[in-house]
Design a protein around this ligand. Structure first.
Ligand code: RFL
Length: 433
């Protein structure tokens, strides 16, 4: 009933959540993107220019390792596609150590509190104070814009946009290659390489290039939909608000001083057309209502799509010379805002491991890569599932699940030990990578 991505995405973004903070102006030319003839050989082909692929590419390029990035969309499209916004502090610091967080640190807001609303009451949760770390709110398109600029414009890295029909070959040999159709000439191109980074997200080709007998795909479907909204309206609270309500979960998340993301639980596969402006705002007002809560600031809805909540994990994440990273390897429904963070974790490890391999022939990092990433991926999946029950139990129609959800909620406010454990999971375990 669901596809491999939570986003049936019929339309391009209607507007960019980059409305503010303002991105630095893009250069008028992109010398490294497609002017030069396509290479026939490189060390690493990176398939997909999302946060995972671009992070791998930046790390390789900074270490003077030749690589080629292939992306099916245009540069303008990927720099505007609205998605995530919550980065865990360990990820920000890891990007910072690699010189990839200048824009982020300059413009992102840091948050260390969120608010649960249930039974008409407000409950603040100071996870930043409890865990000593915060979230940085930085819209994903801005991160992607920074990473493309760093790789292609600043370091002259090779990236091909709008490519078609990408195929991976010889992954279980020591001479893998990637073929694709060049959008300008319509000709097939072949690039030989030493390794392929499969970073092409939930709808890419990398995952499907692994023979089924060499991988296991574990899936979970929550049977829940979320209406994902971006409103051209300033945030109505100084923190994330999670509303647990018998009629369905609702959430408020700042994206910038002028744009706010909202979510409303809805039936999976629901049609966004069933949610006109008035219905959206009246449901948000009802589900997020609590004594003393400030009124919601309403605004034009610039994105409205239904996400079916489901997850998968591919094991192992490496097959021969192919290494999957990010959503290509594991999808985490945005329930706990973990997908981008996991994608960055994979990419940081994979980038470093590929550099060690390409510059020193060191294979230890690549051999350990899949197991290391899967450990974190499963921790995040478990937390998402736990949190999903808290968020959706009340509206499940099952009094037992509703009772369990309330017990979990009460526990994190009544028990300091439970609060500390929750805070660590919510902000992501500290890791020095
Ligand atoms: P991406 O970002 O999907 O990038 C993959 C890239 O590959 C391209 N591609 C191909 N390129 C070449 N050949 C092919 N055959 C290709 N097929 C596809 C695509 O065009 C794309 O450019 O994967 P990556 O890099 O792994 O990054 C993953 C994150 O994007 C994702 O996990 C997050 O956006 C999930 N997510 C959130 N994560 C968080 O950590 N915090 C959040 O607050 C959060 N909010 C969200 C989210 C995802 C959402 N949607 C739309 C699914 C909110 C939403 C609404």
């Amino acid at each position: 009933m669901t596809s491999d991505t939570p986003t049936p995405s019929p339309a391009a973004p209607t507007s960019s959540p980059t409305a503010a903070p303002a991105p630095r102006p893009a250069p008028t030319t992109s010398p490294a993107t497609s002017a030069a003839p396509a290479p026939h050989r490189t060390r690493v082909v990176v398939v997909g220019a999302g946060p995972a692929g671009l992070t791998v590419a930046n790390i390789l390029r900074a270490a003077s390792v030749d690589c080629l990035v292939l992306e099916t969309e245009s540069r303008a499209f990927i720099e505007q596609r609205p998605r995530a916004g919550f980065l865990e502090e360990w990820a920000v610091r890891a990007l910072e150590r690699r010189g990839l967080a200048d824009g982020l640190l300059e413009r992102a807001e840091a948050y260390g509190e969120f608010e649960f609303r249930f039974a008409g009451e407000r409950h603040r949760f100071p996870y930043g104070e409890l865990a000593g770390r915060r979230h940085f709110v930085y819209p994903q398109p801005l991160l992607v814009t920074d990473l493309v600029r760093g790789y292609a414009d600043d370091m002259g890295g090779d990236i091909r946009f709008d490519v078609r029909d990408v195929e991976l070959h010889g992954l279980d040999t020591d001479r893998p290659s990637v073929t694709y159709t060049d959008p300008d000439t319509g000709r097939r191109q072949r690039v030989d390489c030493d390794a392929v980074a499969g970073c092409d997200g939930a709808r890419g080709v990398s995952r499907g290039s692994v023979p089924p007998e060499h991988s296991t795909v574990a899936r979970h479907d929550y049977g829940i939909g979320w209406l994902a909204l971006l409103a051209e309206a300033p945030p109505s609270s100084d923190c994330v608000v999670l509303g647990v309500h018998p009629d369905g979960f609702a959430a408020h998340m700042a994206r910038s001083p002028r744009v706010t993301r909202y979510y409303l639980e809805c039936p999976p596969g629901d049609d966004p057309a069933n949610w006109p402006h008035e219905r959206v705002w009246s449901e948000l007002r009802r589900r997020l209502a609590a004594a003393g809560a400030p009124p919601l600031t309403e605004g034009r809805l610039i994105e409205k799509r239904v996400l079916d909540m489901h997850n998968y994990v591919v094991e192992p994440m490496s097959y021969g010379r192919l290494h999957l990273a990010g959503d290509a390897a594991h999808l985490t429904a945005p329930i706990a805002a973990k997908g981008l963070n996991l994608a960055l974790y994979d990419a940081l490890l994979l980038g470093d491991a590929l550099v060690a391999y390409c510059t020193a022939g060191e294979t230890r990092g690549l051999r350990a890569y899949s197991a290391e990433c899967l450990r974190r991926a499963w921790q995040y999946q478990e937390f998402s599932q736990w949190l999903s029950e808290v968020m959706h139990g009340a509206s499940s129609g099952d009094p037992f699940r509703a009772g369990i959800a309330t017990a979990r909620l009460r526990r994190i406010f009544d028990s300091p030990a439970a609060a500390a454990a929750f805070a660590e999971l919510y902000i992501g375990k500290e890791i020095d990578c």
